[in-house]
Design a protein around this ligand. Structure first.
Ligand code: NAG
Length: 208
């Protein structure tokens, strides 16, 4: 890992651990681009694989401590994204329990005609009536409510998918990252951002 690290993005776990509904909020923001603060209030953008070449180097790793003992029943995963190039899938977020090697505790995956939240190792495709386009910003929120087992997916604030399925498990992890998945061709090519003045806890590893 050489070169300057760019401070990036994103926030994370969860509001109150005491409540049954725990939220994992993906609130992306980049404090530093090429080593320079964009400044408070500015919208900052983290880019992955701008040239479309799949590379392990485009990843932003969560730098805070994730406690695998902290189990989530319900989650919300949100982010702003702009897809550039498509590989076999575009996985922009991953929460992994490395001690049990459960790599799909929580994932956000994108295509153009469908999206997929992966929750506690349950993969559920969600076809989209209106296809996504590349080089366009969208805001997406995946939610799962463990009480009524509902999945709701919002794109730009509109409900685009609603299904009921009991994942039957809790969600936890000790490692989270943006821009990668288990296979290189499942990695993410595009931009992620969020204009939120939150503390920065991801670090973007630079491309070689
Ligand atoms: C989850 O579902 C229950 C039962 O329908 C509902 O009472 C609760 O408000 C839902 N939680 C959220 C955050 O929507």
């Amino acid at each position: 890992m050489e070169g300057k690290m760019l401070k990036g993005i994103q926030v994370a776990p969860v509001s109150k651990p005491s409540t049954r509904l725990l939220l994992l909020l993906l609130m992306m923001m980049i404090l530093t681009v090429n080593g320079q603060d964009v400044g408070k209030g500015g919208i900052q953008v983290m880019e992955f694989q701008k040239d479309g070449v799949a590379s392990w180097w485009t990843v932003a790793e969560y730098q805070g401590k994730l406690d695998p003992g902290r189990k989530m029943d319900s989650v919300t995963l949100c982010g702003r994204f702009k897809l550039y190039f498509l590989h076999s899938r575009s996985s922009f977020f991953q929460l992994w329990d490395r001690s049990l090697n459960m790599d799909a505790q929580l994932k956000g995956e994108l295509w153009l005609d469908r999206v997929r939240p992966v929750i506690a190792h349950r993969w559920n495709f969600q076809p989209l009536e209106v296809k996504l386009r590349t080089y366009r910003w969208y805001h997406i929120c995946f939610t799962y409510n463990h009480t009524d087992h509902r999945y709701l997916t919002y794109i730009d604030g509109e409900l685009v998918y609603d299904m009921t399925y009991d994942v039957g498990r809790q969600i936890w992890g000790d490692y989270a990252r943006l821009g990668q998945n288990e296979e290189l061709m499942e990695s993410y090519s595009g931009a992620l951002s969020q204009a939120r003045p939150e503390p920065c806890i991801f670090v973007l590893l630079p491309e070689k």
